[in-house]
Design a protein around this ligand. Structure first.
Ligand code: AHR
Length: 522
């Protein structure tokens, strides 16, 4: 286990740093005069699947529970998530979506059928959480809804009926049924997904087969134009661009986004993924360098889209991403429940910076998943709850929601290497927020060296750069129920250089997010 005194170093960030410094300072120029693509807030979307404790236990405890709740949703968890300004929640799956029949989840709870969640552990699915409960959750979060429909085991008619039930404002029988079930107004559906991972758990289809099916299913999704969600086609994963190719070449109209899934697995081998905690520096760099692969994967798919959709009408939605480790200890009911460390924080920040860089195509993503599943924001065990290092990164990145990306040019940036694995040590993203302020995020993947950055901003005389830094004393530092504050952000600031710029010290193994303020220059 590598141990570095990062916490002490962080506190001293603005004074005399304790760790080794890079010899030559890195130059960073942010051009505040050339705003680029909008960094859609939906890039910070979340995912809640009927999987393990992801819904039942972690979020939903039911109105009768002793755990404080509002209409069945946990107060502690919802309260913590509200701090993230969650823009979007995807539900009910994942693989579960292609096994879910929406009629099971409406009407009086006591009369809903109990099914078996055959996808995730064969546990009883009570259907206590259905359409109305999910929309109550997104209301409580202040988020919008991404509903994922069932192509794999559902019919065209079933999906079409769900859309009508959700969105119709007419006197149709389905609209009346929704009203009778307690929701007078149509539900606002922001995105509607047609199947999930149709190459695998969603039905083992071929791309051309899925594209033909998509056209048929989407043809019968007929919401009123003013309530039309974005229609989302289920695309490929990892190196496979054939799904993006087939869907974008064949489907003309009735499509707004094509999805893509990429999980960060430390070893790159599904059978032996690597542990969530207790890893060495080799696993640290492997994980971070593997997560950066998503940059090239998005670029490859974007090139396909640029050919088939040069007007950029179709978005590329990375609606599953994050770390996936070998199973570790889990509370009762936990499935794909994993600890979350400083390494996950850096994974989150690196991914978000990459999504910002592709903001012209990537308008929406959802990390897998929000609570108690894979790279979660929050972990629970019975009545206890703790926020993860990943949670802190999402909170730090809130200023990037709906910000305008700014060019950020790095020169002289060092490399971080261990054995035969090499990667850029520094990742940067800059944007002008909705608040008009320039925000910058910097990720230093090197756990041994602070990086000194000489910042200049075109069009801005910099007076101050202030924000927060997240790091910890160990690479696998994590928050636990007994020690919930081991990994948390600390105040951070840069030193003005006296010439309209600033000197930034980015601690080893850290994420820094800061506001750059000053006087606009002609
Ligand atoms: O996020 C967990 C699972 O991973 C999802 O259900 C599925 O779509 C993917 O394979």
């Amino acid at each position: 286990m590598i141990k570095t005194s990062l916490v002490a170093a962080l506190v001293a960030a603005a004074c005399a740093p304790a760790w080794a410094q890079d010899a030559a300072p890195v130059q960073l120029v942010i051009d505040t005069t050339r705003p680029g693509a909008l960094i859609d807030k939906d890039i910070q979307g979340q995912f809640a699947e009927h999987l393990g404790l992801g819904i039942y236990g972690g979020l939903w405890v039911g109105p009768q529970s002793k755990i404080p709740n509002v209409h069945g949703w946990r107060k502690d968890v919802v309260g913590a998530l509200r701090e993230l300004h969650v823009p979007l929640v995807r539900w009910p799956g994942g693989c579960f979506a292609d096994r879910y029949h929406w009629r099971d989840g409406i009407g009086p709870a006591a009369k809903r059928p109990v099914r078996v969640n055959a996808m995730w552990g064969g546990v009883p699915e009570t259907n206590a959480v259905g359409t109305h409960e999910f929309f109550d959750l997104v209301d409580q979060l202040g988020a919008r809804a991404y509903v994922n429909g069932n192509m794999g085991s559902g019919s065209v008619q079933e999906m079409s009926d769900w859309m009508e039930y959700l969105t119709a404002d007419s006197q149709s029988t389905l609209a009346k049924e929704r009203r009778a079930n307690g929701h007078a107004k149509p539900f606002p559906v922001a995105y509607f997904g047609v199947g999930n991972e149709s190459w695998g758990c969603g039905g083992h289809m071929k791309p051309e087969q899925y594209a033909a099916n998509y056209e048929q299913y989407a043809n019968f999704l007929e919401p009123a134009p003013q309530r039309r969600p974005r229609f989302v086609a289920s695309g490929g994963n990892d190196e496979d661009t054939s799904w993006t190719e087939a869907i974008s070449a064949r489907v003309k109209g009735n499509i707004d986004d094509i999805t893509f899934h990429y999980y960060t697995i430390p070893t790159g081998v599904w059978a032996h993924k690597g542990a969530a905690v207790g890893f060495d520096e080799a696993a640290w760099i492997q994980t971070l360098s593997r997560t950066e692969r998503i940059d090239g994967l998005i670029a490859k798919n974007a090139a396909v889209l640029d050919r088939n959709d040069p007007e950029k009408k179709i978005g590329f939605a990375v609606d599953e991403w994050g770390t996936w480790y070998d199973d570790g200890p889990a509370p009762a009911g936990g499935v794909l429940y994993q600890q979350n460390t400083l390494r996950d924080a850096l994974v989150a920040a690196l991914n978000l910076n990459i999504f910002h860089a592709h903001a012209d195509r990537v308008h929406m993503t959802s990390i897998a998943q929000m609570v108690d599943v894979l790279q979660s924001m929050v972990l629970t065990d019975g009545a206890r709850m703790v926020v993860t290092p990943t949670y802190h990164v999402f909170r730090m990145y809130v200023p990037f929601q709906d910000a305008a990306a700014l060019p950020a040019a790095l020169t002289g940036a060092p490399e971080y290497a261990l054995g035969d694995v090499r990667m850029p040590a520094l990742s940067v993203s800059a944007a002008r927020g909705k608040d008009g302020v320039v925000h910058v995020s910097l990720v230093n993947s090197d756990p041994h060296h602070a990086i000194t950055v000489a910042l200049k901003a075109t069009g801005l005389q910099v007076a101050s750069v202030r924000g927060e830094a997240l790091s910890a004393a160990q690479l696998d530092a994590r928050n636990t129920f007994d020690a919930p504050d081991i990994v948390h952000p600390s105040p951070w600031k840069a030193v003005p250089d006296g010439h309209g710029g600033a000197t930034l010290t980015v601690p080893p193994a850290s994420v820094v997010v800061a506001a750059v303020t000053g006087t606009a220059t002609p």
